[in-house]
Design a protein around this ligand. Structure first.
Ligand code: B12
Ligand code: SF4
Length: 432
């Protein structure tokens, strides 16, 4: 079959990123099919139309990574932009089978299948196993795991993927979209070493998407991929893993192998605050880490417990002590007004940020701080808590972003967010 894979709009606020998911799909599909790719974030609508005019495609797939991305700076509605691309494909190629997938789609698959009525099938979550299977069973979707399909004007869902199906990790084929199109964007190139997470944060949507086990790739494969990336001129990568230092021994052997193979690529990743020591920080530094990002979400022990972070403020303090010693840049993500938050716990978080900044100086930059309120995602414990507390309705599909930010603390929290927004703008102005 001739298949066109389109990376749909990601975020108007964030720089484009290389579509790693499409590259993984090319790897598993190319043996039996002819694969073409286009990323609308680095192409024009005319280029998209030309691509649609060029061949008659049997299948057109849309990668919907982000949905209604809500950050502290902007709340961008890109549901309509995705729809526009889908409608164009339906108009130009009315006989193609249209398939949607990607993590943004998966989080809100049912409401999106209702809105995007041109889409024939929706695929939930990772698709290295399910996409090729669906192509073999194009008119029997009920036989394949993770498929949303239409039957008698209703939307049906086949059945869940197993964890093994969700986590078939392959070496991406980056010929699907030219890598050089992203060279000027920060954090543009992702590389995945593992999938899944064993932690249990109450707001986490990745657990539902990827499962509770961690599946890792062989270290040798990753090192070879990094070598290939280096050969084609990539200088920085982002490890697109849930948590980079779990499993700990696996990560250590990966870092040692990067050092042994003298890979010169710089990298960034998300880290868990536990089990870190100076040896590990030295390995990070020596293997090219340019920034370690932590997502403690709070610095108060009671809130950390409520969020099920399984860390304490002591672990957090250790992160900046070690980073300072290793002279390594760090970033912190915080979520204000979490369940149980009081003015005292908030002050603890703010004073942690101030202490960390004083300690780290330039190693903790303003853009290294990501401070938001908690977005409530479907299939999370936070959703249950929010229903109990009547913050959201039990039938809310959450496609319209909702945040856990109860009154009266919300007044103070919104003020902090405004100040952060202002600082961002001032910084942007100075950069110009
Ligand atoms: C790593 C990561 C980042 C890194 C990316 C680095 C890089 N250069 O790649 C950084 C830090 C830059 C980042 C930024 C953002 N991210 Co992010 N990120 C992730 C994370 C953890 C992994 C993504 C990844 O690369 N996975 C590995 C690849 C191989 O998988 P994949 O792309 O998902 O593709 C698979 C499937 O989705 C599917 N698929 C993909 N396309 C298609 C197409 C078709 C037709 C089909 C059938 C299937 C299919 O098959 C693929 C293979 O299995 C995910 C969490 C998650 N569960 O995925 C969040 C996630 C994707 N990010 C998210 C968000 C919100 C953002 C930001 C908007 C952050 C913000 N400011 O709020 C920005 C947007 C950046 C942008 N321009 O798009 C959300 C998106 C959902 C949503 N809420 O809309 C996620 C899902 C996290 C979450 N649970 O909320 N992110
Ligand atoms: S560490 Fe990240 S991926 Fe793991 S449970 Fe917490 S939020 Fe989810």
């Amino acid at each position: 079959m001739k298949i066109l894979l389109v990376q749909s709009f990601t975020s108007p606020e964030e720089p484009p990123i290389y579509p790693l998911g499409l590259a993984c799909l090319k790897t598993v599909l190319k043996e039996n099919h002819e694969i073409y790719g286009l990323d609308i974030n680095v192409s024009t609508e005319d280029e998209y139309l030309n691509m649609l005019d060029k061949y008659k495609y049997d299948v057109i797939g849309f990668g919907i990574r982000n949905i209604k991305v809500a950050t502290i700076r902007k709340h961008a509605n890109i549901v309509d932009e995705h729809h526009n691309l889908i409608r164009i494909a339906k108009r130009v190629q009315p006989d193609s089978v249209l398939i949607a997938g990607g993590m943004g789609f998966s989080l809100f698959a049912e409401p999106l299948m209702r809105i995007y009525n041109e889409i024939d099938y929706g695929l939930f979550g990772s698709a290295e196993v399910t996409f090729p299977k669906l192509l073999q069973n194009l008119y029997k979707p009920q036989k394949v795991a993770g498929v949303y399909y239409r039957f008698n004007q209703t939307i049906k869902y086949s059945f869940n993927q197993t964890d093994d199906e969700k986590n078939k990790l392959v070496t991406p084929d980056r010929t699907i979209i030219p890598v050089e199109l992203y060279a000027r964007f920060e954090n543009a190139y992702g590389i995945q070493t593992r999938r899944g997470c064993i932690l249990n944060c109450i707001h986490c949507s990745d657990k539902h998407l990827l499962g509770s086990n961690i599946f890792t790739r062989p270290v040798e494969d990753i090192v070879n991929e990094l070598k290939d990336m280096e050969k084609i001129g990539i200088k920085n990568v982002f490890f697109a893993d849930q948590i980079f230092n779990i499993p700990y021994e696996y990560t250590k052997s990966l870092l040692k192998s990067i050092i042994e193979n003298e890979i010169g690529i710089k990298w960034t990743a998300w880290f868990y605050e536990k089990n870190l020591d100076m040896d590990f920080f030295n390995l990070m530094k020596e293997s090219g880490c340019k920034q370690a990002i932590f997502s403690p979400d709070s610095a108060d022990n009671k809130i950390l417990n409520n969020l099920r972070k399984e860390i304490t403020s002591k672990d957090l303090k250790k992160t900046y002590m070690l980073a300072k010693k290793a002279n390594l840049r760090v970033g912190y993500d915080f979520m204000l007004n979490a369940p149980g938050e009081t003015i005292f716990s908030l002050v603890k978080t703010i004073s942690f940020i101030i202490k960390a900044k004083l300690h780290l100086g330039k190693l903790l930059a303003l853009h290294g701080l990501f401070i938001v309120t908690m977005r409530i995602y479907p299939n999370t414990e936070l959703q249950k808590i929010s229903i109990e507390k009547e913050i959201i309705d039990k039938d809310d599909d959450l496609l319209e972003p909702k945040f856990y930010n109860p009154f009266p603390l919300s007044v103070f929290v919104n003020l902090i967010l405004k100040i952060m927004e202002l600082l961002w703008l001032i910084k942007k102005l100075f950069k110009k």
